[in-house]
Design a protein around this ligand. Structure first.
Ligand code: GLC
Ligand code: CA
Length: 580
């Protein structure tokens, strides 16, 4: 299963009510500017973000589907864990073809997930606990049931015709060009009633908006204002690579081979990553800054230079373009399993550090297999999950977690085609089994349905491992994955070195043990992670850092002990210490 299956060119406090008028907006700018700390850091640079897949987090009304009240019920847990902001994947009204990424109304809540009143309560309760809410903005496309599209397809002369990308075919049954959809098949869908094709980068039920039409931009910026005014603190921008297509509709060059859907591979030269994307990002940013809100980007890139472009040349685009390359390091192309590769991580972090940008590290999400599954070796799975958390949560930057990651939760992939819910898994079976496996219910208890609800059949099943890997059981075990995550997140919030400090790589030739300092003024924290399945010893000479004669006081240890003269680590051992 390819993890970059849809995006990359080659593989792939709302503090303020809405203000109107120039003077008011200047005042807001001032307030925004003043909300930086002594290091010049904005709130989101100190926050820990946590992705919630609403369908799978908590099912308060016991109908098998998660809902907003189910999130509200678990806010204490999130606060206790050390989460500062939750990104909720789309919970707007939707035919749910792509489980919410096909929006039919941007300014409401899906009835199966609750009501706007439920959202207001969730927001108020979250705010009481210092947790912000980030929504998911599906900017590239709507549902084919959105009133905008229904109007657009009503006739060639409809006033919303040009809100979507309509073109004539090249001839009878011949689409306008060779572009293929990220989810398989041609990206053009014929509409017999008006005799034209519309463009869709994803499913045919997800027609692409025409961002060359200023009315589309105005409408979407208004959507963001509407939610900022209602209390969301930002958006995760979905599929930002694909906002624009070549107006001349040049064919994409092809490459050898076919993908899981049987389509000829192609280089996405003309339908992906067009420079025009950046203009839209700047427009979204301007509005966001007025509300001290943050934009997180679903930014699939090939290298750090490409990622850097998403921050904007004047830091005027996405505040937090997610580093999704980080999810791929140590993966053999084509394989699902990955190995922790200290050298690859070191190289990548060094490139991020020299980019001058604020990193946004991510290890998993609702589109890629769970991190504990990708790195599992069948022997040290929990210790590996702990090592990954201790590693990326102590790096400089802002982390975006995925629900259940803190439990060492693993994928529960469908075994039979008839059980698959994700359409790409049905279309691509058995090569592509879809994304159900990483979207199963959050594991709260060892009881029925892992405590997701009061017993109704959940839309996806919890795996047998939920009996041991769940919040209740892991909370009672000081050595669990959850306990390690909590300890590391506590450190992240409390220790200035981990929060604000520089990143200083150590022992850079060691192929197995990843070591670095985080340093802020006199405060120094040492992080040592054994990225191998064998026992290792790491020795430290910190004289180059002006720290000769210092000692190490352990803060978080798991399968490791020692001091600067020799830290002994078991397989995937973790040693985090204060250096004094
Ligand atoms: C993004 C989402 C994914 C969705 C796709 C189409 O990649 O993360 O879940 O299917 O966009 O909206
Ligand atoms: Ca429900």
């Amino acid at each position: 299963m390819s993890m970059r299956r849809w995006a990359c060119p080659l593989a792939r406090l709302a503090l303020v009510a809405p203000f109107i008028g120039a003077t008011a907006s200047a005042q807001v700018q001032l307030r925004v500017a003043s909300q930086r700390d002594a290091e010049g850091h904005a709130w989101w640079q100190h926050a820990v973000f946590y992705e919630v897949y609403p369908r799978s987090f908590g099912d308060a009304n016991n109908d098998g589907l998660g809902d907003l009240n189910g999130i509200t019920q678990h806010l204490d847990y999130l606060q206790d864990l050390g989460v500062d902001a939750i990104w909720i994947t789309p919970c707007y009204p939707s035919p749910q073809v792509d489980f919410g990424y096909d929006v039919s109304n941007y300014e409401d809540i899906a009835s199966e997930y609750g009501t706007l009143a439920d959202f207001d309560r969730l927001h108020a309760e979250a705010q009481r606990r210092g947790i912000r809410i980030i929504f998911d903005l599906v900017v590239n496309h709507t549902s084919d049931q959105h009133p905008w599209f229904l109007e657009s397809k009503a006739s060639r002369t409809n006033r919303k015709r040009d809100w979507y990308v309509w073109r004539d075919g090249k001839g009878p049954n011949v689409p306008p060009n060779n572009w293929t959809a990220i989810f398989g098949g041609s990206s053009w869908q014929y509409d017999p009633a008006t005799g034209q094709y519309y463009y869709h980068a994803f499913y045919r039920q997800q027609p692409d908006l025409n961002w060359r039409n200023p009315a589309v931009e105005t409408a979407m910026l208004d959507v963001t204002r509407w939610w900022y005014a209602r209390g969301v603190s930002g958006f995760r921008l979905d599929a930002v690579n694909t906002l624009f297509e070549d107006p001349q509709l040049h064919d994409n060059p092809t490459r050898p081979g076919v993908n899981a859907y049987g389509d000829q591979e192609q280089v996405r030269k003309y339908d992906d990553n067009l420079p025009e994307n950046h203009r839209v990002l700047r427009a979204l940013r301007q509005v966001a800054d007025t509300y001290d809100a943050v934009l997180i980007g679903e930014t699939w890139t090939d290298d750090v230079q490409q990622l850097k472009a998403y921050y904007g040349s004047n830091h005027d685009e996405v505040h937090m373009p997610m580093d999704l390359m980080f999810t791929e390091l140590g993966r053999t192309p084509g394989a699902r399993v990955q190995r922790l590769d200290a050298r690859a991580f070191r190289r990548h972090i060094a490139a991020m550090e020299t980019s001058g940008e604020w990193p946004v590290y991510v290890v998993s999400n609702h589109d890629i297999p769970r991190v504990a599954t990708r790195f599992a070796d069948g022997q040290h799975d929990d210790q590996i999950a702990k090592a990954i958390g201790a590693f990326y949560l102590t790096l400089r930057g802002t982390p975006v977690m995925y629900y259940g990651e803190e439990l060492g939760m693993q994928n529960n992939d469908p075994q039979r085609k008839e059980d698959v819910k994700d359409p790409i898994g049905i279309k691509g079976w058995p090569k592509e089994k879809g994304r159900d496996g990483e979207r199963t219910p959050m594991q709260w208890t060892h009881g029925p349905n892992a405590g997701f609800n009061a017993g109704a059949k959940p839309w996806l099943p919890a795996p047998p491992s939920a009996r041991t890997h769940n919040v209740a059981t892991e909370n009672a075990d000081r050595t669990s994955v959850l306990s390690v995550y909590k300890a590391v997140l506590k450190l992240r919030h409390e220790d200035p070195a981990v929060r604000d400090g520089s990143y200083v790589p150590l022992n850079e030739d060691d192929p197995n043990v990843m070591s670095y300092l985080r340093r802020y003024k006199d405060d120094v924290v040492l992080v040592v992670i054994n990225m191998s399945g064998q026992d290792r010893t790491a020795k430290f000479d910190l004289s180059a850092q002006g720290l000769s004669g210092a000692g190490a006081r352990p803060i978080v240890q798991s399968a490791a002990r020692g001091d600067l003269s020799g830290v002994k680590l078991g397989a995937y051992g973790i040693f985090i210490a204060e250096v004094k």
